[in-house]
Structure formats: structure tokens, C-alpha cells
Design a protein around this ligand. Sequence first.
Ligand code: NAP
Length: 258
Amino acid sequence: MTRRVAIVTGGSRGIGRGIVVALADAGYDIAVNYASNATAAQEVCDKVKELGGRGVAVQADIARTADRQRLVDETLAAFGRIDLLVNNAGVAPSVRADILEAGEESFDRLIGINLKGPYFLTQLVARSMIEQIAAGTVTEPKIVVVSSISAYTASINRGDYCVSKAGLAMLVKLFAARLAEHGINVYEIRPGVIETDMTSAVKERYDNLIIDQGLTPIRRWGQPDDVGRAVVAVATDLLPFSTGQVLDVDGGFHLRTL
Ligand code: NAP
């Protein structure tokens, strides 16, 4: 049976790794994109192989135009099709700074990687998907964007991150509206607090907030596999009449309670 193919940006570690493993288990071959950690990307590809799939590690900085093109080209060279794009790669500010002090350098870096990268990679992959549909290579391909609860939660010491994630929410609406006529559904997955390298520096603080103070109704850290399973639901066609849809994978953080 032909296996479907996904590109997962930032697939080498954390949430991206969880998505790759879940997709491989669900029958996908995967282009595992990474920025600099080749060893981690290769380990994930080995895991994909263990699960019966093919994984190819592709180094590409998604903030760079030429790298995005190369990511798509190398994926097509390896597998000949793209059924799913998961825009997952993202970075937090190197230093958290109050919005009255925070500088332009951090803003430009975060917008470049977290927003501009996914925006133009989605454009590139969507064009390719439209061609592949016309050629009969793929049917009903999909696009997923991993945003964050920061898309709507104001954290005044990392405004650049919040703005980049709020922008992703609009990216999803725009491409969902544009691509529906081609049968390409677009989904936003909004993780809450997930245990990865990104959150390791604030582990103690969040242990206290989540477990002791009940920040989330489900009192535990989210795991990369929680996000991986949500992506699999989309990737295995379980939401065919939904596009532009937001899936909160956040332990109920978004609920207002009284
Ligand atoms: P992470 O553990 O820091 O992993 C980041 C991943 O992104 C790595 O695979 C890294 O590659 C890759 N990456 C970084 N910059 C890149 C670039 N310019 N081009 C290509 N790849 C790049 O982060 P994470 O916690 O898994 O977060 C993944 C996504 O989920 C991010 O978009 C983040 O904003 C979002 N998110 C995270 C949380 C959370 O609590 N952890 C919550 C909500 C949303 P290398 O291995 O090569 O460095």
C-alpha cells in the first residue's frame, strides 16, 4: 500500500518529534526538518524506520527563502508527493523582556521563524499540492499549523512570541478560505504547556502553576504525543468537513471558570 508523505518542520525534538512518531505509526513517511541538531533529526528518522516508515532528515532554516524551497524540493525528490504539511518549528525569545523594553532584534527573529517562515512555506507547499492534485498524485492533502495558547493569551514579557502566534491564527483562516476550493483543509492546533526543551527552563514554575494551583483543569503537563495524536486525527481524515478549525490541546486552559 502507498504510504502518504508529511513534512514536519522542527521534527527533530519536542512537539515536532512527537508529531513525527505519531504520524509514522499512522502510516506516514516523513521529511523531518530541523535547524541545526542533525543527531536528533537522525534519531527521529531511525524511530520512523522502526515503525515501518521512511524518514528523511532535511536541514533547513524555515526563516530563509532558499531553505524553504530546498525543503520542498528534497521532500519531493525523496518521496515524490506531499500529503501533509505540519508547520511546527518555532522558537521562544532568547530572553524574556517586558514589552516596554524588548528590542527589535528579538521581534524580527521570532516573526521570521514563527510567522514568516510558515506563511511562505504554506504558500509554497500549497502551490505544489494543487499541482499534485491535478496530476492525480495526491487526494485531499492537508496543512496543519502548530500555534499556541499565546495566540490569545497576553504574556507581557514575551510580546514578540504572542504576536507571532496570533499571526499564525490568521494565517490558518486565510489559507483555509483560499484552499477549500482545491479540497485542501487547513487546521490550527493550539498546544498549552507542553514538556519539551522549550519549557525546561520554566519547569519548576509551571509544576507549581499546573499541579499545585490548577492552571489547567487537567492537572498535568502536556506531552508531545498529545499534540501528535491531534495531528493524526487530522492526517487520517477524521475531520473532513472542518477547515480553519482550531483544536485546543491544552488540558482545558482555554476554559473560563467561575
Ligand atoms: P523545541 O523543543 O525547542 O524544538 C524546536 C524545534 O524547532 C526543533 O526541532 C528545532 O530544530 C526546530 N527549529 C527551531 N528553529 C528552526 C528554524 N529556524 N528552522 C527550522 N527548524 C527550527 O520546541 P517545542 O516546545 O517542541 O515547540 C514546537 C512548536 O510548538 C513551536 O512552534 C512552539 O512555539 C510551539 N508550542 C510549544 C509549547 C510548549 O509548551 N512547549 C506550547 C505551545 C506551542 P533543532 O533540533 O535543529 O534545533
